[in-house]
Design a protein around this ligand. Structure first.
Ligand code: AMP
Ligand code: ZN
Length: 113
């Protein structure tokens, strides 16, 4: 998608510091962190709404969670704990309409809601 910021970052059209990149996903630090550690695990391929049918999406979601767990170990927060979040749609406050997984850690995150 031409105007999608996460597609552009994945393609290298917008410069970024990638903490991880493989053939499926990449990881960047969130530009507006909500916790001491706030990473975004993002599929290279554009996946729009989580509720749309998309071939291969189950595998991509699995890979995103797997990479999140690898990043938690790499960042040294695997045992202190972390939270994984996917926002979908207006009520979630989703800003970027390209599937991504937030990894938040480094402080007590408090109740959900
Ligand atoms: P969401 O609300 O789930 O769509 O989350 C989108 C996240 O992307 C927000 O937390 C933003 O701070 C973050 N974000 C937007 N643009 C960038 C960027 N260029 N680099 C890093 N993070 C970004
Ligand atoms: Zn995209």
């Amino acid at each position: 998608m031409n105007d999608c910021v996460f597609c552009k970052i994945g393609a290298g059209d917008i410069p970024s510091t990638m903490l991880h990149k493989d053939e499926d996903v990449y990881v960047i630090a969130d530009i507006n962190p909500k916790a001491p550690t706030h990473l975004l695990i993002i599929p290279l391929e554009h996946v729009g709404a989580l509720t749309d049918d998309a071939p291969g999406r189950t595998a991509v979601l699995g890979r995103m969670v797997e990479v999140a767990s690898e990043m938690a170990k790499q960042e040294g927060i695997a045992s202190s704990g972390y939270r994984l979040i996917i926002n979908q749609g207006p009520d979630s406050g989703q800003e970027v309409p390209h599937l991504h997984l937030h990894l938040l850690a480094g402080r007590r995150l408090g109740a959900m809601g």
